[in-house]
Design a binder for this molecule. Structure first.
Ligand SMILES: [Zn+2]
Length: 230
């Protein structure tokens, strides 16, 4: 299993590359570019939210507690809330994730459990797609893909670096070969995971279904098509 720093350096390099593609190929503005690069980097750290302990996990939860609510901004503005109400919601969401969700996570997750899996990667991407309700559909897809790309890099890195250091001795990691998987050994966990995945995917299809995407290529989507009239 690669270390926190290993994942961070790899996914931030990947994020820089992902942002660069958007600049050079599609001429995107610096806002979406940095957002995409940042989400790719965070995606590369996300699977380890299930780690049992340590400073990196606490940091990761602090990060998630900030990024999650901020992604909600578009939605909150759309709901017609005042600036003060938005601040209250953002603050509440921060506290909920940072102190509530992190406790629950510690109780119910197993390290290298379902969080290190392909369906979890898809759920992370879909979650970003749904949270970030910009009128620009292409941008939402760009950000979701970045998150999944980072997430995938984490799984691959974990899979490749299945030899870990324990003290000074090099030993085969007991989790070797468990990152790039589709199922957990626990069936209730699989049912919950796939139900969530199908629900999020279905909602995404509902949202994009009334657009004629067949002839749109991806850069076009980011630059032009995106607006969806409500
Ligand atoms: Zn991991």
């Amino acid at each position: 299993m690669a270390s926190y720093l290993g994942h961070l350096s790899f996914s931030s390099a990947l994020g820089a590359a992902y942002g660069s593609v958007a600049v050079f190929a599609w001429n995107l503005d610096w806002g979406p570019v940095f957002l995409g690069a940042g989400l790719t980097t965070i995606g590369g750290l996300l699977p380890d939210l299930d780690s049992e302990s340590g400073v990196p996990v606490r940091e990761l939860f602090s990060l998630a507690a900030v990024v999650g609510p901020v992604l909600l901004l578009h939605r909150l503005v759309d709901m017609g809330l005042s600036m003060e109400e938005i601040l209250v919601v953002l603050g509440g969401a921060y506290l909920l994730i940072r102190y509530g969700l992190s406790r629950i996570f510690k109780k119910i997750t197993v390290h290298r459990g379902i969080f290190h899996s392909i369906p979890a990667m898809l759920i992370a991407g879909l979650a970003v797609f749904h949270l970030y309700r910009s009128p620009n559909l292409g941008l939402r897809i760009y950000l979701a893909l970045g998150t999944m790309l980072g997430f995938l890099s984490h799984l691959i890195l974990d899979e490749l670096c299945s030899v870990g250091f324990s003290g000074l001795k090099l030993r085969l990691n007991k989790y070797a070969g468990s990152a790039l998987k589709f199922f957990s050994p626990s069936w209730p966990v699989n049912v919950v995971t796939y139900t969530l995945l199908i629900a999020l995917a279905w909602l995404a299809i509902q949202e994009t279904g009334d657009l004629n995407l067949e002839n749109a290529n991806f850069p076009d989507l980011i630059m032009n098509v995106p607006s969806r009239t409500k």
